[in-house]
Design a protein around this ligand. Structure first.
Ligand code: HEC
Length: 105
């Protein structure tokens, strides 16, 4: 009997996994804050995290500390963003948002 229940659960699980990801992104509170920062400062060059003027942010498994470094320092055509523009809390939220985006792909 127990085995049957387990099999049923396993069946459900694999059925769910083959469905395409649909609907809006589920963002937690911090990711929502990060999203606002993103649309204000980053979206113009990394539209929805994809490549634009800047490279795609979604496709690379860039660790959080490098996203921070890149944002503070700027590289090439990308401007640097100081603490006066993006505060430490906002930067935390921004990185959290970008990592969340990546998980949905
Ligand atoms: C004016 C356009 C512009 C804006 C605004 C901008 N970026 Fe960029 N970004 C770029 C360009 C161009 C590159 C590629 C730089 C290079 O390496 O030559 C880049 C690269 C990056 C990279 C490195 C990607 C990689 O794969 O190495 C990260 C991370 C990044 N940007 C994050 C951000 C974040 C976060 C913001 C918002 C705070 C932002 N960018 C705003 C243009 C921009």
């Amino acid at each position: 009997m127990k085995l049957l229940v387990l099999l049923a659960l396993a069946g459900c699980g694999s059925a769910r996994r083959t469905e395409p990801i649909a609907g809006p992104l589920a963002l937690d509170e911090m990711a929502e804050r990060g999203e606002r920062v993103f649309f204000r400062y980053c979206h113009q060059c990394h539209p929805f995290g994809e490549g634009g003027v800047g490279w795609s942010l979604n496709e690379k498994p860039l660790p959080g500390f490098l996203i921070r470094a890149q944002t503070r320092a700027g590289v090439g055509a990308m401007p640097a963003f100081g603490r006066d523009q993006i505060g430490p809390d906002e930067l935390d939220a921004l990185v959290h948002y970008l990592v969340t985006l990546r998980k949905t792909r």
